[in-house]
Write a protein that binds this ligand. Structure first.
Ligand SMILES: Cc1ncc(C[n+]2csc(CCOP(=O)(O)OP(=O)(O)O)c2C)c(N)n1
Ligand SMILES: [Mg+2]
Length: 384
């Protein structure tokens, strides 16, 4: 039987759907078909990340969450100074979801992201200087300066890319899983997507195909309760995205997305299942973004209930994990201050690296493209 560990957040438990989806295998102790059981997954995450012998992964998880928060704060400054052109979508508040998920993956496993995706490659181990350089449009960036904030891809860590087309990268994750199957590799693909993306056609197609072929995919929904300004309940008739797993004949679970260990545990179970050939699953992390839909574009301020925002800020994922590590005697205040200072100094170096790096050349525009470069000479878009 699955042991019942103590609840990390009793309030969150109350918000979960209690109806279990009928199990498919019926095995005692199996997690198949379970829905809404936060605790079982928390248990796995706790065991894997909090034992004293596992101090290093727990600290790494905390540092990566801190890095994501600081990375986006720094990017806002770079936008304000004109060093980064365009908009950016902050994931502040959601760090535990992406770090918990990525840390349950192997280095050679694949992830695909969304438009809100600085955190995903950082969580997977991407070099921060190459990500900052990318945002600054420099040729040393992960996409040689031609992707930018919404199109980061870093194959060196298995990050296959992000897209501004909501839902589209779900299809890429399923395709990558199929490629893994055909190449007889035991890699797993994890698709990050939002609650809004869950209602796109490609999400249905991807889940259905992955389930029919039992592909090694984890569909990881970061349910931050809004799609731009649309509240989740106004666009989605079911209470939880994970409930839909039953319709695809796969497993689904909803976890507390503010708890990096709960997320890690749930994804570790789903990854193990995918890797041993038992097919895809949905893991849904209930989370929240603190900021507007995007920096300098859309605003949600004034539309969200201030109490709701305050409630979620009170459940800050970085603080939750830092306090827990302190209580467990795994870190001191000095350790935490050193982690923060280390993150800031890495970002200083990254910005310096970006500033010193060259911009792509005009010829670079034609590299890695299936296009006839002579077309440029007659293009009406050519201005100089
Ligand atoms: C196919 C498509 N439809 C609509 C949009 C406009 N759009 C950009 S972000 C977004 C909301 C996505 O919400 P969600 O998937 O929950 O992600 P979140 O922004 O909450 O991280 C929408 C509708 C788009 N970019 N692509
Ligand atoms: Mg959303």
């Amino acid at each position: 039987m699955i042991p019942a560990p103590e609840r990390v957040n009793p309030n969150f438990e109350r918000t979960l759907t209690r109806t279990p989806i009928p199990t498919q295998s019926g095995e005692a102790g199996s997690l198949r078909g379970f829905h809404g059981s936060v605790s079982a997954y928390e248990h796995v995450g706790k065991r894997m990340m909090a034992e004293k012998s596992n101090r290093e992964p727990a600290l790494l998880a905390l540092r990566r969450m801190m890095m994501i928060r600081a990375f986006e704060a720094r990017t806002e400054k770079l936008i304000n100074r004109g060093d980064v052109i365009g908009v950016m979508h902050s994931s502040a508040g959601q760090e535990a979801a992406c770090v918990g998920a990525c840390m349950a993956l192997r280095e050679d496993d694949y992830i695909t992201g969304t438009h809100r995706s600085h955190g995903h490659p950082i969580a997977k181990g991407s070099r921060v200087d190459r990500l900052i350089a990318e945002l600054m449009g420099r040729s040393t960036g992960v996409c040689k300066g031609m992707g930018g904030s919404m199109h980061l891809a870093d194959f060196s860590v298995g990050s296959l890319g992000e897209s501004a087309i909501v839902g589209s990268s779900i299809g890429i994750a399923v395709g990558a899983a199929l490629a893994n199957r055909l190449r007889k590799l035991d890699r797993v693909s994890l698709a990050f997507f939002g609650d809004g993306a869950a209602n796109t056609g490609i999400c249905h197609e991807g889940m259905n195909m992955a389930a029919v072929w039992r592909l090694p995919v984890v569909f990881f929904c970061e349910n931050n309760r809004y799609a731009v300004t649309t509240p989740f309940a106004q666009a989605t008739p079911v209470e939880r995205i994970a409930q839909r797993a039953a319709a695809y004949g796969m497993d689904g679970v909803t976890v507390d997305g503010q708890d990096v260990r709960a997320v890690h545990g749930a994804v570790a179970v789903a990854v193990a299942r995918a890797r041993r050939g038992d097919g895809p699953s949905i893991v849904e992390a209930m989370t929240y973004r603190y900021d507007d839909h995007s920096y300098r574009l859309g605003s949600l301020s004034g539309r969200r209930d201030p109490d709701e925002v305050a409630h979620w800020r009170d459940r800050d994922p970085i603080r939750i994990e830092a306090e827990r590590l302190r209580e467990e005697g795994l870190v001191t205040d000095e350790d935490l201050a050193a982690l923060e200072a280390g993150v800031e100094s890495e970002l200083d170096d990254a910005v310096e690296f970006g500033r010193k790096s060259p911009y792509p050349t005009r010829e670079d525009l034609w590299r890695n493209m299936y296009a006839d470069s002579s077309a440029w000479e007659t293009s009406p878009w050519q201005t100089h």
